[in-house]
Design a protein around this ligand. Sequence first.
Ligand code: COA
Ligand code: AMP
Ligand code: ZN
Length: 432
Amino acid sequence: MYWEKELEILDRKSLERLQVERLNRTLLQAVNAPGYRRIPKIAALARSGISSIEQLRELPFTTKSDLRDNFPWGFLAADKRDVVRLHSSSGTTGNPTVVYHNRHDLASWAKLMARSMFAAGVRDSDVFQNICGYGLFTGGLGFQYGAEKLGCLSIPAGAGNSLRQIKLMRDFGTSVAHAIPSYLGRLFEVFKDEGLDPRRDTQLRTLIIGAEPHTEEHRQRIEEMFGVKAYNSFGLTEMNGPGVAFECTEQNGLHIWEDAFAVEIIDPESLQPVADGEIGELVMTTLDRQAMPVIRYRTRDLTRFLPGDCQCGRSHRRIDRISGRSDDMFIVKGCNVFPMQVEGILMKLPEVGDDYRIILDTIADQDEMIVEVEVKREWFTGDLAFLDRLQRHITRLIRDEVLVRPVVSLVEPGSIPKAEGKAIRVFDRRKN
Ligand code: COA
Ligand code: AMP
Ligand code: ZN
């Protein structure tokens, strides 16, 4: 059973032909954006056209810094009047990355989402609860439009407020929910505190989990706690958001939708393609986006192609769960954080000394970001009211930047152990 049968089971040759056709269209559209128009190779291939998907490799990569450096309009390839929505990464100190969509783009994304959810067994008879941040986060509106396209009764619950989540689930008979894996442990504890068991006291049968890395063991624990099947959903804002790659009911890797994206896996050092089946960095090109095509985007996510065909019959290749990143970004409570964002804030404050460290830990079943900050000797006095104000000020600044409230701990100068060589700033002690 498929949502868009012709596209989902298209034979590989026809799929590649479709990719070439769409890539040519994408290049023609991309050169409307100043950021791409000034790259001679892109302008040349847009004019001459390409005849095989391998020619993609002749094009330059696009990185997050390219997108940031051209903020806000440099990669917009359509008339501003035709753009109907933007999504953006967090951050107030540097330029965020922004992605623009026109009506075609949103319709195409909604179809990809409906297709993905259908592949994981979601049907129009389901009641779907989206336990995910709305607003600029793509998981909110992305899943929302997908669920509506599919015909589910959707509950746009948003993140947080676990008691209300449970009440919604029970009142409306939620059968499918989307949430971030690290939050589900906390939600389960709240169920227990209320004397409830999600296996017995809800109608949940499917959880869609994604937006942050998790292991197979973690998935199994979630399935056990909630008495459901849990399916992995992968995506990133630059490629719309969710709906890039999704597990089907075979649960054997994530089909990456190759009619909408051209996919490469490269060695992040040599930038050359890795051997088939080896782990490398995922590089993606949009094939069906008009307002903001993105060419050879270096996602920084590490994965590999999985061998063999899937029993479900879908011809789109499968990638393995994301095993790490080729940069230092980490995700906490579903929010992406670069250590430099935290450092940028701290180093601007005259009271702060040279050292700090970020500890990621699981406290009372919830992931937390602890930031230890050395205060300069002259400020580290017995004035507790001053230190309390400083602590609250830093907490506020970091929260505004990364959207997660950190636990800030002010410490004496010299008390953070010095690392040998390159300073290691992030210590991940989370359970999963
Ligand atoms: N998803 C849903 N709820 C979450 C969550 C997550 N990833 N992480 C924490 N929560 C819950 C907490 O359990 C708490 O619930 P409670 O009301 O039952 O106590 C509530 O949100 C507030 O958590 P807290 O830790 O006090 O807040 P914070 O200021 O550190 O974080 C969030 C605020 C949770 C709102 C913010 O981290 C967020 O929006 N996360 C979701 C991000 C997301 O959806 N990403 C997907 C991108 S596609
Ligand atoms: P954002 O652009 O904020 O949606 O964040 C996208 C990033 O979240 C990706 O580049 C990944 O690093 C991470 N991510 C999203 N989905 C998954 C997933 N299923 N598994 C692991 N990491 C994920
Ligand atoms: Zn499959």
